[in-house]
Unconditional design. Structure first.
Length: 413
């Protein structure tokens, strides 16, 4: 089974691109949808990879995994993307070991997000790892690491104000509408896509804009119907898209199609439209931006919104990093102890052998059965003591000899 052996922390890599060096168009060339993700995992063993996951959001595409060289991860990722591995390598950041671990913690906390404190990344991270786990690409190392990241993120959420105010692209869309559209109650809103971002956006429209003049369209009509029933809005089949584009004042696109869902021809001459594209790759044809009746906004433009709480969130970053440091220290302590597990098992096996030696049995008073039970408890105490010393000392073989001497000495008591 993939991902079950002990891992060398220096072989843990992350290779990725994000909003800091690339725009939405470039990120779209390296975005990974579910079908591509499944294909990548099926190809991974041929690249010598057995433990990995891929995080692809509107902010970033990153591949995390255990490898001999980061190029294995990059070549695998780009085998399924429109963009090439050469282009990716030129734009990418590559980190390993502790640096890669620190990066994942920062991503999970929303510190590395395009909108500082974006907490939606937690759900995206969980889904990415769940998908890889189902295909048996999450071993003990990554499982423990991701759990530590999620615990750290939760502690930051509960103990700081890092996620206060506008903290996601979907909510930034609501802010943009609020600031640029008058009399929202009389506007018709068309929302394409009812996945995680589409669902969140729809709820935010109702909660913060106070309107249910929303029509949902989704490739799978049943999903649109389910969300419409839950939130009290309407839905229509995808084949009525053109008609409802004409009737709508605001169009929000949260689909994950490989090519644009809305074309310039859909919008031309259809009245004034605010079109917000939350998709990566972008799902609104870029030439629509040139139409005089269309105001097109993408995720990069939305991320520039600085709401009133941004300064407060920035002040919370040092607190967040302090929490991250604590959780990284706990993870490293676990990792260091994992390295000693084979030695501890070997010592335990040797002590069990010793307790069967005639010379040792003579040291043990009372019945043989009682002696055996007592010896098992003594063995565990010796192993626990050895493990404790190994955490703080590096005596190598000396601890092995010390454990055996301690066990034999207790047999005389």
């Amino acid at each position: 089974m993939p991902g079950q052996s002990s891992k060398d922390i220096s072989k843990f890599f992350i290779a990725g691109i994000n909003y800091k060096k690339t725009d939405a168009a470039i990120r779209g060339k390296f975005a990974i949808n579910n079908d591509q993700y499944a294909s990548l995992l099926s190809l991974a063993p041929s690249y010598g990879l057995t433990e990995l996951f891929i995080l692809s959001t509107c902010n970033r595409t990153e591949i995390y995994g255990i490898a001999e060289q980061p190029e294995q991860l990059i070549e695998l990722l780009c085998s399924e993307t429109e963009g090439s591995s050469d282009t990716f390598s030129q734009l990418a950041y590559v980190k390993s070991g502790i640096s890669a671990i620190q990066h994942l913690f920062s991503v999970g906390a929303g510190i590395d997000s395009q909108i500082l404190g974006d907490y939606e990344i937690v759900g995206q991270l969980k889904l990415a790892v769940k998908f890889a786990r189902e295909k048996e690409f999450i071993g003990t190392f990554l499982e423990r690491l991701v759990n530590a990241v999620l615990q750290s993120s939760k502690a930051i959420k509960n103990n700081t104000s890092l996620s206060g105010g506008t903290v996601s692209v979907s909510f930034a869309a609501i802010q943009y509408i609020r600031e640029h559209i008058q009399d929202i109650s009389n506007k018709q809103i068309l929302l394409l896509g009812t996945g995680k971002i589409g669902r969140s956006t729809c709820k935010n429209i109702i909660d913060y804009l106070g309107t249910t003049n929303i029509t949902l369209i989704n490739r799978t009509q049943e999903k649109a119907a389910e969300l419409a029933f839950e939130l009290g809005v309407q839905y229509v089949p995808a084949d009525l898209l053109t008609q409802h584009i004409s009737q709508s004042d605001i169009i929000i696109v949260a689909t994950n199609a490989a090519t644009p869902t809305i074309l310039a021809s859909h919008l031309e001459g259809q009245g004034q439209k605010l079109v917000i594209d939350l998709s990566i790759p972008t799902n609104v044809e870029e030439s629509a931006r040139q139409l005089p009746n269309v105001q097109l906004v993408n995720v990069d433009e939305l991320s520039k919104i600085n709401d009133a709480t941004l300064q407060k969130r920035e002040a919370e970053v040092p607190k967040a990093f302090a929490i991250i440091e604590e959780h990284i220290a706990e993870f490293i302590e676990w990792y260091e102890m994992r390295k000693h597990v084979p030695v501890l098992k070997a010592v335990k096996t040797k002590l069990k052998e010793i307790q069967t030696f005639p010379s040792y049995i003579q040291l043990c008073p009372g019945e043989v059965t009682a002696c055996s039970t007592d010896s098992d408890l003594k063995i565990q105490r010796v192993i626990n003591g050895m493990a404790s010393k190994m955490r703080t000392q590096n005596q190598r073989g000396c601890q092995y000899i010390e454990a055996i001497n301690e066990f034999i000495a207790t047999g005389r008591n």
